[in-house]
Design a protein around this ligand. Structure first.
Ligand SMILES: C[S@@+](CC[C@H](N)C(=O)[O-])C[C@H]1O[C@@H](n2cnc3c(N)ncnc32)[C@H](O)[C@@H]1O
Length: 284
């Protein structure tokens, strides 16, 4: 009697407990089988579909992303219009300039006006110690992110700190942005003090080509339907500073440095004809 009452009272409940338990077991079994099939899929990733097996290799390929980083740097550094450097030739172009200042494995290189670091990046990838300074915060932050572990400072080139030395100190495409020769001289002297061995001033606007530079640009401007007056108006306060070779000769004489001039030779760079390179070497 007691058991009848009990079973009437708790029968429903016990049936639902059993039902719940069975249902739970069923869910667990399904989860297990699904987990198993995921594991199986993962373990057999390479054998299930050979047509898909190379994807990780593709994503991991080292120079894939590096190529886009370099392109972003070159363009961010202002070489983004027609007639300037082609990204695919950039590293070869840099190699030519590195060889002028004797950069090889183990040589440390600092750049004044480094921008986002396009000129230093190929060296960073090869394992050289690099560092730089630029007055544009956005660009210098890019350099720091893409070349972690090295020091990049946001400051005017005039504030270059000369305590920490580098074997080679360079500037690429910087000097024509200075407002006058006094500033250029101050920066150049600091570059000399910062370097242990060699100083490279690359892509300098050639004083002898100044008239040619404007003539060519005005012609192109007029071809596009503008007037010469509009050219001068557009580029007012956006001039470049052009250098005679004697400017560098006087610095070399004062510091007793060996001096060498060389032409810009990159055939894809429209400004090559109008620019030159300078190398100063300290005696051993
Ligand atoms: C044409 S970009 C060249 C950047 C880099 N050297 C390269 O070759 O990719 C010129 C750079 O000079 C920097 N610059 C111009 N005047 C400067 C100054 N007084 N002090 C520091 N940086 C300067 C600009 O911010 C810019 O990044």
């Amino acid at each position: 009697m007691k058991s009848n009452v009990f079973s009437r009272k708790y029968g429903k409940l016990s049936r639902s407990v059993v039902g719940f338990r069975n249902c739970h077991i069923f869910i667990l079994a399904r989860k297990k089988s699904r987990r198993k099939s995921h594991l199986y899929a993962r373990e057999n990733y390479d054998t299930i579909n050979p047509m898909m097996s190379n994807w990780k290799e593709v994503w991991d390929k080292k120079d894939r992303v590096q190529k886009y980083i370099l392109e972003c740097m070159v363009k961010s550094d202002g070489f983004d219009s027609l007639g300037t450097f082609q990204v695919q030739n950039w590293s070869d172009y840099c190699e030519t300039l590195y060889s002028k200042v004797g950069v090889r494995e183990g040589v440390s290189v600092f750049e004044a006006g480094c921008g986002s670091g396009a000129f230093l990046y190929p060296l960073f990838l090869k394992g050289n110690t690099v560092g730089g300074l630029d007055y544009c915060e956005q660009l210098v932050n890019m350099a720091g992110s893409f070349m972690p572990g090295f020091h990049f400072l946001c400051a005017d080139a005039e504030e270059l700190d000369t305590d920490k030395k580098f074997d080679v100190v360079v500037s690429h495409s910087l000097f024509h942005y200075f407002q006058d020769y006094d500033k250029a001289r101050t920066v150049l002297e600091k570059m000399i003090f910062k370097s242990n061995k060699v100083i490279g001033v690359f892509d300098v606007c050639d004083e002898e080509m100044k008239a040619e530079y404007h003539k060519e640009r005005i012609e192109n401007f007029v071809k596009e339907g503008f007037t010469e007056a509009q050219y001068w108006e557009k580029y007012q306060n956006l001039d470049h500073l052009f250098y005679s070779r004697s400017f560098f000769e006087s610095v070399a004489n004062e510091f007793g440095l060996h001096l060498e001039f060389s032409p810009q030779t990159d055939p894809n760079y429209g400004n090559s004809r109008l620019r030159y390179n300078v190398t100063f070497r300290k005696s051993a």
